[in-house]
Design a protein around this ligand. Structure first.
Ligand SMILES: C[S@@+](CC[C@H](N)C(=O)[O-])C[C@H]1O[C@@H](n2cnc3c(N)ncnc32)[C@H](O)[C@@H]1O
Length: 237
């Protein structure tokens, strides 16, 4: 039987709509329609980000991973939580703007709680100081989650908890990446969080267009930022 799997060129055409500059609501409609084919398409693209981010976050823990509550922001269909399970994590909440993506994630029974929320336009629907780790993969880029979402990610992280944030480092995302790094520098200066590690990765995913490819590389680079929320120091009586 012939496979209905799209080839790289066809996937590139689909992704070029994902990267198009449009209103956030339109972007989420796009994800709603893409949800059923998303995982097959990103595997053609060799989208390594969930695996790389999970490995970076897991390296922060040496024990008790199963008792750590992780919030997967822009969880999509659940690839990040699935990767984290390989490292022994088992408690996940997820949030995303797309109902279609959330439905695919729900069917996997990996998350104990899933909520819909438009990042950057409304607060995260979770209480302050709740999560041992907060991770966001594949959504910090132009036209998706604005950098103004960062304080919300910090708010819901417990003191002493980790934040794992990723973005792409290809040409078309460099301005967004610079804005993100400004926000992260401000966060560090405020004393609320400390930077624990920054991993630059060459093989984030295959370039989605010839303009995006750098030099002779087939892949575009990406970056993983790991931050730790500082313990709050109780004020003397
Ligand atoms: C490329 S997918 C990444 C999904 C998953 N984290 C992964 O790595 O496979 C981007 C996800 O971000 C979500 N998203 C993009 N912009 C958003 C926004 N402003 N608010 C909420 N979700 C958003 C999309 O619905 C989609 O599920």
């Amino acid at each position: 039987m012939a496979s209905s799997r799209r080839n790289l060129q066809q996937v590139r055409e689909v992704i070029s709509s994902a990267h198009k500059d449009c209103e956030p609501a339109q972007k989420l409609q796009f994800y709603d329609q893409w949800a059923q084919e998303y995982e097959e398409d990103v595997s053609v693209l060799e989208y390594n980000a969930p695996r790389l981010a999970a490995s970076a976050l897991a390296s922060m823990y040496i024990s008790d991973q199963e008792s750590k509550l992780v919030l997967d922001v822009a969880c999509g269909t659940g690839l990040v939580a699935q990767e984290l399970r390989r490292y022994g994590f088992g408690l996940f909440h997820g949030v995303d703007g797309s109902k279609g993506m959330l439905q695919v994630a729900k069917n996997k029974n990996v998350y104990q709680e899933l909520k819909q929320c438009m990042l950057g336009q409304e607060p995260l629907p979770f209480p302050t100081d709740t999560y041992d780790a907060v991770v966001i993969v594949g959504a910090l880029s132009d036209g998706q989650a604005p950098v103004s979402v960062i304080p919300e990610l910090v708010r819901v992280t417990k003191s002493g908890g980790f934040l794992c944030l990723t973005t792409r480092s290809n040409r078309s995302n460099l301005q967004y990446k610079a804005e993100l790094e400004c926000e992260l520098t401000a966060l560090q200066k405020s004393g609320l969080c400390e930077c624990v590690a920054i991993h630059n990765v060459e093989d984030w995913e295959k370039a989605t267009s010839e303009q995006e490819a750098q030099g002779n590389a087939d892949y575009i680079p990406g970056v993983i930022y790991l931050y730790k929320k500082r313990m709050s120091i109780p004020l003397p009586d």
